[in-house]
Write a protein that binds this ligand. Structure first.
Ligand SMILES: [Zn+2]
Ligand SMILES: [Zn+2]
Length: 275
């Protein structure tokens, strides 16, 4: 039986004879159903039209994305670590070439995902690499393809070993999680942020939203909480959830000034100017 995928968000559903009646993820206010209506595909049907491409960002960090654009344009990041590689976030398309390349890079020991917009085909990736999937329990209602490999975690942090720490920031989703990589950037630390901390068009600011496509902001306290959660962790670059969305350096200062600007904007007179 096929496991249908929603092309708008990239979410794969449990196997079924017929496609789901609607996409639960796209029906939520943080996503949208395409104006042309709901359609469905499968990994097999994607085969002739799509490929994954790899980008080397720094030693032991590779990005993986699908071309042409699919879903919301998700980017996964493969972190190579002595105790086993971590796949951070996930993308919908997975083919034999990707499996062989990732195996040659050392495979995947565990998968961790920032929030439901990146759950995509996590079960396919989990099975291909025999790896568990760590998801925050606060978002379990958004798991559209349950599987024994999915491990729910609770609380504010989870260590994956090798200085890799999942940090629950909340915000965009209640279980919204980022990955701190202490060994990144030559030991200065790196933040892998999905769109919980959103890298934007300029590289000296980041921003935050409840819904990106529908422009629903987060409250000031929700964004201030993100700052508090990340306070103990040093980092220089921030790698966001999408191709070419990164802050190359000074991430700690970028985050601080971005939170100040954001809070001033939502609490103040409508401008983003600090008084
Ligand atoms: Zn969808
Ligand atoms: Zn999202």
């Amino acid at each position: 039986m096929p496991a249908f995928i929603c092309p708008t968000c990239g979410t794969q559903y449990a196997t079924s004879d017929k496609p789901p009646a609607a996409c639960t993820i796209c029906s939520d206010e943080r996503q949208y159903v395409a104006a042309t209506g709901q359609t469905w595909t499968t990994i097999e049907a994607m085969g002739p039209r799509y490929d994954n491409c790899f980008h080397h960002y720094e030693p032991d960090l590779f990005g993986i994305r699908t071309v042409p654009h699919f879903g919301i344009g998700q980017r996964a990041l493969l972190v190579r670590a002595p105790g086993g590689n971590i796949l951070w976030d996930c993308i919908a398309y997975l083919d034999r070439a990707t499996i062989e390349i990732v195996r040659a890079l050392g495979g995947v020991s565990a998968i961790a995902i920032s929030h439901p917009h990146f759950y995509t085909t996590m079960v396919e990736w989990s099975r291909a690499f025999d790896a568990p999937v760590h998801l925050h329990a606060a978002d379990k209602q958004w798991i559209m393809r349950p599987d024994p490999a999915i491990k729910l975690w609770d609380g504010d942090t989870l260590s994956l070993g090798d200085g890799l720490t999942l940090i629950r920031c909340g915000g965009h989703f209640p279980g919204g999680t980022v990955l701190h990589w202490a060994a990144g950037a030559g030991g200065r630390g790196a933040l892998l942020s999905g769109d919980i901390v959103q890298c934007v068009m300029v590289r000296d600011y980041v921003s935050f939203m409840r819904s990106y496509p529908n422009l629903l902001p987060l409250s000031a306290p929700a964004v201030e909480r993100i700052g508090r959660m990340l306070e103990p962790y040093p980092f220089d670059p921030i790698y966001g959830g999408f191709y070419d969305r990164s802050v190359p350096k000074d991430g700690k200062a970028v985050l601080k000034r971005s939170i100040e600007r954001y809070v001033a904007a939502v609490r103040g007179d409508g401008s983003a100017e600090l008084k």
